[in-house]
Ligand binder design. Structure first.
Ligand code: FES
Length: 154
């Protein structure tokens, strides 16, 4: 079931489009903002609210890699693996993050604090290699700087 607040936020988006179902991505983002991820139950509730089938909505949800269909950590670390970051040291940044967190890409730390995910260009190529933690961008990275950054989230 959607909460009254989630419904209100989704309804506020509907007048912007000709069809109710066109707000499906916004609706997924709204529910994810409230719950941290989009469970099957939540997906079904959104689909019903937007008069779509769960399969139609799931196709949208799985197309966008920042809609989470399984539980994620408190903080999401996005590691840019596009060309500028690749050239400027992506591999060592990714490896250092994996070593420090004890997880691989796509996984969440046992304490539930971090989820590590790959992402295409963060739009900060001039600061490559770059990562984003939640809404905060970090650039010109090197391993020592990563340790310092991670310590601020623990
Ligand atoms: S390639 Fe990494 S920020 Fe653009």
């Amino acid at each position: 079931m959607l909460t009254a607040e989630e419904k209100k936020e989704i309804e506020a988006e509907i007048p912007r489009y000709e069809q109710k179902r066109a707000v499906c991505l916004e609706a997924l983002q709204i529910v994810q903002r409230h719950r941290g991820w989009v469970s099957d139950e939540a997906l079904g509730a959104i689909a019903e609210f937007l008069e779509m089938t769960p399969a139609e909505l799931d196709a949208v949800a799985t197309f966008y890699n920042l809609i989470f269909r399984k539980p994620v950590g408190k903080h999401i670390i996005l590691v840019c693996n596009s060309v500028s970051c690749w050239i400027m040291g992506y591999e060592s940044i990714r490896q250092h993050l994996q070593d420090r967190l004890g997880i691989q890409l796509g996984e969440t730390t046992a304490d539930g604090v971090f989820t590590l995910l790959p992402i295409v260009c963060l739009g900060a190529c001039d600061q490559a290699p770059a990562i984003m933690i939640d809404d905060q961008l970090y650039g010109n990275l090197e391993p020592a700087k990563i340790d310092e950054i991670l310590s601020t989230y623990r």
